[in-house]
Design a protein around this ligand. Structure first.
Ligand code: AMP
Ligand code: MG
Length: 662
C-alpha cells in the first residue's frame, strides 16, 4: 500500500486540534508521533549504557573497528639512533674548526653502515664511518655529515668544509614513538594511519570492540532479489543492498537474510531466527500499517520492552519503528528506499556507531543558497536532497523533487538539507547548511537544467570522457528556463510550443538567453504492435478508431506539455476514458501502453521504439537549448557546443531516432 505522507490524519498538529475521542481513534493509526530528538533520546536511553564486547583482531582485519583499550607503545620507534641522510658518522667536536678555507681531513673507518647493518667499529676522534639513510649511528659518533658536503681526499679519507652540531641529521631512539607512551586511545577508529602506527611498533593484533552483527531483512510480497527476473508488478529489493552496505560503512557486520513475504508466521519466524544470531535487527517495509503490514505487531512478541517509538516526525520516514527486544535494537525502516536511507542515517547510525564503539560521524557541510521555495510540512523534520551548482557568488543548492519513492535522486544529489520541524517552508534565497554525501564536493564544469532527453546523454558523453563533470538536472522545460534566466545554469534544454506563433522555444527566450538548435523528436501515436484498431492508420485515423471503441483507454499528458497540445487538437471536444491520466513524461506514456493500463497515447519515436511499441508519426517536437549568453565563453560550454556540432554526435543522435536540427 503506498503511503501518502503528509495527508494522513495522524500528525501532531492535526491531532491537537481534534476532540479527545477522535484523538484516541487516531492513536490507533500511529500510536504517538515523536519528534526525531525525542525518539532518538528514548531509543538511546533504552540501549545505553551497555557493555561493549571486545575481541582480538589481526591488524589486517581491524580497519574500521574501534580500539577496545588504550595501546601502549611496547618499543621505541626508531629503536636506535638513526641517520637521516646518506653521509658520514662523525664526532662534531672534530669539525669545530672546519670552514671553506680550512677543510678538516678525517680518516674513514673500515666499514659501511647500510640500512639493517649493525655497526661493529667505534668512531674514534679524527675518523668517520660511511652511513646510509636509516643506518644505526655507531658508538662514539654524535652527528652525521651529508655526503654532498664532503670531498674524497685519497683512498681512505675525506675532507669536510663545514662544522657540524651534535645531533645533526640524527633521529634519536624513541623520538617518534617512546616506549611506554599511550600510542592510541580506546575508542579510536582504526584507519590506515592507525594501522601504520601499530605496525611500526610491531603490533600484529589489537583488541577491538566486536563489530555488532546486524541482521538485515526486507519484507514485501512484491520484492525480487537483483539478478533474478522481474515478474509483473514486482520490484527489485533495493533496501536490502542499501541497508547492508550502510551497516558495514558504519562499523557493523551486516548479514543480509533476503526478503520475506508479507506473511505473519513466516516473517515472525525469520525475525526470531535473525535475532537469535545477531546483536541488532533491521527490517525494512511493512511499517505503513496497511493490510499485510505486520512487522510492528510481531515486534511486540519478540522481547521487552518492545516498541519505543512508532511514528517519528520525519519526512521522509514517518513510519519508522524503533524497538528494543531483550536488550537488542530492532528497527523497522520505511519501505521507500530514500525514506529507508534517511531514517537509517539519521536515527540508526548514531546507535550503531555507539554499539561499535566508534565516535559519532562527522559529516562535511557547506553553506549554499536555495534558489526556489521549498514547501515543508509543519511539525516534521524534513530532509531534502540537493544538487550543488556554482554561481557567481557561491554555491546554489537545487532540491531534487522526486519524492520519497525515488532512488535515482541520489545519483544527482551532492547532499541534503534539513528543514526544521517548526518551519512550514524554506523561502527562495535562504542560506542553508548542506550535509554532503561525500566529503569532497566536485562542482560541475557544465550545468544543464531543464527537460531531460536520452539524446542529451549522447551529446555529453565525449565531455565526460574528457574529464569534464556534467551535471544535468531534470526539472522540465519551464523550470530550466527559469534557472537560465537567474543565471544558475549554462544551458536549459527546452521543448516549449507557443500556440500563438505556432513555433517552438524562440518565443520563450528573454534577455541574456540565446537559442542553440538541438534536435527534432518525432511525436506520434503509440500503441501495442498487432493492435488491429491502429495498425496501418495515420494519426487522425488512429484517434477516430480509438474514439469509436468505448473499451479503448488512452493515456494523456500533463497540461503545458507541447505533446498535450497535439493530443487536444486531435481529440477536439472528445474526452475518452483515460483523458484524466496525465503523466509528466514520454516514458510514462510508453510504460502505460506497454503494460496494458492504456491502449494508446502520444510519445516520441525513440521512447516508443525502446519500449517495443508501434508508432504512428505525427509532428516533430523541437528540443533546443536556451544558452545563458554570459556563460557562452566558458570552456565547458564551448566543449558542449563543439560536441553538439560534431559528426559523431549527429550520427549517434540519428541512430537513436532523433534528427539533428542543423
Ligand atoms: P511498506 O512500508 O511495506 O508499505 O512499503 C512502502 C513502499 O516501499 C512500497 O511501495 C514498497 O513496494 C516499497 N518497498 C518496500 N520495501 C522495499 C525494498 N526492500 N526495496 C524497494 N522498495 C521497497
Ligand atoms: Mg510492504
Amino acid at each position: 500500500m503506498p503511503i501518502c505522507y503528509g495527508t494522513d490524519m495522524s500528525s501532531e498538529m492535526t491531532r491537537k486540534s481534534l476532540p479527545k475521542h477522535r484523538a484516541s481513534v487516531d492513536q490507533d493509526q500511529f500510536l504517538s508521533i515523536l519528534s526525531r530528538e525525542d525518539a532518538l533520546a528514548r531509543f538511546e536511553a533504552a540501549l545505553f549504557p551497555r557493555a561493549a564486547p571486545s575481541e582480538p583482531r589481526p591488524l589486517a582485519d581491524a580497519l574500521g573497528c574501534a580500539l577496545a583499550a588504550d595501546v601502549v607503545a611496547p618499543i621505541d620507534v626508531p629503536p636506535f639512533d638513526r641517520s637521516n641522510v646518506d653521509g658520514f658518522a662523525v664526532r662534531a667536536a672534530d669539525l669545530a674548526a672546519a670552514g671553506e678555507a680550512s677543510p678538516v681531513r678525517v680518516l674513514l673507518n673500515d666499514e659501511v653502515i647500510a640500512c639493517g647493518t649493525a655497526p661493529t667499529r667505534p668512531v674514534l676522534s679524527g675518523t668517520a664511518t660511511p652511513i646510509a639513510t636509516g643506518g644505526p649511528v655507531p658508538r662514539g659518533a654524535d652527528a652525521i655529515v651529508m655526503v654532498e658536503h664532503t670531498q674524497p681526499a685519497g683512498p681512505r679519507a675525506i675532507e669536510i668544509r663545514r662544522a657540524a652540531t651534535p645531533g645533526q641529521f640524527v633521529s634519536y631512539a624513541g623520538s617518534d614513538i617512546a616506549r611506554g607512551e599511550a600510542l592510541l586511545r580506546a575508542g579510536t577508529a582504526i584507519g590506515s594511519r592507525e594501522i601504520g602506527m601499530l605496525a611500526a611498533c610491531g603490533i600484529a593484533q589489537v583488541e577491538v570492540v566486536r563489530r555488532p552483527r546486524v541482521a538485515v531483512l526486507s519484507t514485501g510480497d512484491e520484492l525480487v532479489q537483483p539478478g533474478q527476473p522481474l515478474r509483473p508488478a514486482a520490484i527489485y529489493d533495493t533496501n536490502g543492498a542499501i541497508v547492508a552496505a550502510a551497516v558495514n560503512e558504519n562499523g557493523g557486520e551486516a548479514s543480509f537474510l533476503g526478503a520475506v513475504a508479507d506473511d505473519e508466521e513466516r516473517l515472525e519466524a525469520a525475525m526470531r531466527r535473525a535475532l537469535a544470531t545477531s546483536d541488532m535487527l533491521v527490517v525494512s517495509g511493512g511499517t505503513s500499517k496497511g493490510a499485510g503490514d505486520l512487522s510492528h505487531r510481531i515486534i511486540a512478541r519478540l522481547g521487552q520492552p518492545g516498541i519505543i517509538a512508532h511514528g517519528v516526525a520525519l519526512k521522509p520516514g514517518k513510519p519508522l519503528c524503533l524497538a528494543v527486544c531483550d536488550g537488542k535494537p530492532v528497527i523497522i525502516l520505511p519501505g521507500f528506499p530514500t525514506s529507508a536511507m534517511f531514517t537509517f542515517h539519521d536515527m540508526i547510525v548514531p546507535v550503531l556507531r555507539r554499539m561499535a564503539g566508534l565516535p559519532p560521524r562527522s559529516d562535511a557541510k557547506v553553506t549554499a543558497t536555495v534558489p526556489v521555495r521549498i514547501g515543508s510540512e509543519l511539525g516534521r523534520t524534513e530532509f531534502v536532497m540537493v544538487s550543488l551548482v556554482e554561481a557567481a557568488d557561491g554555491l546554489i543548492a537545487y532540491p531534487s523533487g522526486k519524492g520519497s519513492g525515488a532512488i535515482t535522486s541520489f545519483a544527482q544529489a551532492d547532499g541534503f538539507l534539513k528543514v526544521d520541524a517548526l518551519a512550514d517552508q524554506m523561502p527562495a534565497g535562504s542560506e542553508a547548511e548542506v550535509t554532503l554525501f561525500t566529503p569532497h564536493v566536485r562542482v560541475p564544469d557544465l550545468v544543464i537544467v531543464g527537460s531531460h532527453c536520452t539524446g542529451l546523454d549522447l551529446v555529453t558523453a565525449p565531455l565526460a570522457r574528457a574529464g569534464l563533470i556534467v551535471r544535468s538536472i531534470a526539472v522540465g522545460s519551464l523550470g530550466g528556463l527559469a534557472a537560465a534566466k537567474r543565471g544558475e545554469c549554462d544551458l536549459a534544454p527546452i521543448h516549449l510550443f507557443d500556440e500563438k506563433s505556432e513555433t517552438y522555444n524562440t518565443p520563450y527566450l528573454g534577455d541574456g538567453l540565446e537559442l542553440v538548435a538541438g534536435w527534432r523528436r518525432m511525436q506520434g501515436i503509440v500503441f501495442r504492435k498487432g493492435d488491429t484498431r491502429f495498425e496501418g492508420l495515420n494519426a487522425e485515423g488512429a484517434v477516430r478508431a480509438a474514439l469509436a471503441d468505448p473499451a479503448c483507454i488512452m493515456v494523456n499528458r500533463n497540461q503545458g506539455a507541447g505533446t498535450r497540445i497535439l493530443i487536444d487538437r486531435l481529440l477536439g471536444e472528445a474526452r475518452p476514458d483515460g483523458y484524466s491520466n496525465q503523466p509528466r513524461s514520454h516514458n510514462a506514456v510508453a510504460a502505460a501502453v506497454a503494460q496494458h493500463r492504456a491502449d494508446w497515447g502520444m510519445t516520441i519515436a525513440p521512447v516508443a521504439h525502446a519500449a517495443g511499441l508501434g508508432f504512428i508519426p505525427l509532428a516533430e517536437e523541437h528540443y533546443d537549448f536556451a544558452l545563458v549568453t554570459a556563460r557562452k565563453q566558458r570552456p565547458a560550454v564551448q566543449a558542449f557546443l563543439d560536441a553538439l556540432a560534431s559528426e559523431q554526435s549527429r550520427a549517434a543522435l540519428t541512430r537513436a531516432g532523433f534528427r539533428p536540427a542543423n
